[in-house]
Ligand binder design. Sequence first.
Ligand code: HEC
Length: 153
Amino acid sequence: MKKLLLLGLPLFALTACGAPTEEELAADLWEQIDGWESWDAAEGWPALSISDDGTHGDFVTIVVNDVEAGGGGDGAIIVKKGYEDAEGATAKDGVTVMWKTDQYESESGWFWAKYGDDGSVALSGDPDGCTGCHSSSADYQTYLETSPGSAEE
Ligand code: HEC
């Protein structure tokens, strides 16, 4: 019993003081994007642009925080919301988010998250499900290399 306790303590200390877990980062990021609706639109992507490929919805709104708008780096956040129609009446559930943070080490250099409208985390971390497509773009930032699709698809 004593042995178990002694073994357990350092483990507890590690998790308590070590790098934040994916869950903690996802929760932190959800708070940081509170009010994203009033953030600036990403350059070249006015609200409710036609998506290049429709993955995140036929119409998308991409917004950036001040760090991303100022050239990126630690703390940069990009939020993307998908819609089924050009007026934004039919929103797809949740948002997808990219966050550049020194608190998280990843191959892509970003922390990725997909949330439901209620903040539930569908995906987070550095998942292939996100990086697979984005890896073809410089620094995984697809919006910088694509432009909104044309209306007559
Ligand atoms: C099938 C390909 C594909 C997958 C998979 C994908 N994306 Fe994207 N993503 C795109 C494209 C294309 C854009 C550019 C905007 C558009 O045309 O819709 C984009 C744009 C974005 C943006 C705006 C910033 C940028 O890089 O352009 C964010 C944020 C984003 N995606 C997050 C995610 C997250 C999080 C995941 C995983 C849950 C994910 N994406 C999975 C194709 C993909």
